[in-house]
Design a protein around this ligand. Sequence first.
Ligand code: 5GP
Ligand code: MN
Length: 345
Amino acid sequence: MEQPRKVLLTAHRNPDGDAIGSMLGLYHLLRKLGHEVAMAVPSAFPEFLDWMPGVDQILIHDDQAEACSPVAEGAEVVFYLDFNDIERIDKLGELCHATEAFKVMIDHHLDPQDGIADYMLSEPSASSTCELVWDFIHLMGWEALIDCRVAECLFTGLLTDTGGFKYATSPRVYRLAADLVEKGVDDVVLQDRLFNSMTEKQLRLLGHALAHRMEILDEYHTGIITLTKKDYERFEIARGDTEGIVNYLLKLRNVKLAAFIHEQPTITKISLRSKGDLSVQEIAQRYFKGGGHKNASGGYSYIGLGPTVRKFKSVLPKIKDQLDRVAELPDPCHSTGKEAPHDAG
Ligand code: 5GP
Ligand code: MN
């Protein structure tokens, strides 16, 4: 990318902090290099990301379909960020697929679709796509252009996809966090913006979900929260309002598998989370047409709320052994690092 190019950055439906963070991090950097950069996502992003520099430039296909067509048609390079299956960007995928543009995929989900891009940086062991965008920037030799603004965008994805360093971490994640702080990001301010930004309505909805819509199946170390269409009306639930509810189930000592199942106008959506070696990606893929990561996946069904809950419960006896194994509390000290010194005496 020596000459100025027309670039289109895309990220998945219901974009999260990692999708928007990786997109904006690259946006600011590529503009510094002189490229003409557009951004498009299928659907709106949650309000807690409103403050991010450049979000007002992101086209949302659901609302601005006419504006998306020309940028896709004119693009010379298209980036697929934080997804690895073209279906995850709906109609935008058809637009991008139809172009001659060079396609670059940067992503950390399992099982990338064959032939989705001309160049793929696909690494499921990475915490976040933002971590891989950092690598990509270094591979391209652009690291001198990482300023505080680029760093805060990448830090956003790192923080949101690790739940504030609670999962998907590695020595690398902490080193990268240190590098990003060195670029000038105030991590305390950033964490406050990302994690203490609920509206009163969202907190009340969470209270309702925990008090009235939670079921714990102790025998299977599993928790389920459901929300009905009526709940959606009563709480006027909008996109992003249910974000993170599923994670509260994992706060219970005995819960290792969590499901949040909620009715949307045409589909019933399921969000799955797990601990340890239990793969919710396999459950999402096999039973709910979905996918994601080992410990965080999602999917959907067309059979309605009750039948979807029953289908999920019917999976539990099949994985009871795995659930019991994960429920044995592991030792946090999984590696001693160095051999103990030899006793000369
Ligand atoms: P969430 O439960 O927060 O919506 O999504 C958790 C993870 O699962 C994310 O990485 C997301 O990309 C993935 N995911 C959620 N829903 C779907 C889906 O319907 N299909 C696929 N392939 N992945 C999904
Ligand atoms: Mn991600």
